[in-house]
Design a protein around this ligand. Structure first.
Ligand SMILES: [Zn+2]
Length: 84
């Protein structure tokens, strides 16, 4: 019976060890996701993903937008939305 107890304890130890190792990359992913959402739509001031597909370049700076309509408004009158 002693062997069974040792087996159970070591199994518990191994599985808790695996859980601890898995927790670290998950936290890194969350931090990366937070960084990705830091860009702001200059038209409606919504937070948008940096990897978003709706972007426009103005004077060498790339801006991201939540929707095509926001992008259109910006392209028509960029100076209205850029902070000086
Ligand atoms: Zn927008």
């Amino acid at each position: 019976m002693k062997n069974v107890l040792i087996m159970t304890v070591s199994t518990l130890f191994i599985s808790s060890n695996i859980t601890a190792q898995e927790a670290n990359p998950t936290q890194k992913d969350k931090k990366a996701a937070e960084k990705e959402t830091k860009l702001e739509d200059p038209v409606c001031h919504m937070k948008v993903k940096k990897s978003g597909k709706i972007t426009a370049k103005h004077k060498g700076v790339e801006y991201s937008f939540c929707s095509e309509s926001c992008k259109e408004s910006f392209v028509k009158n960029p100076d209205k939305y850029i902070k000086k």
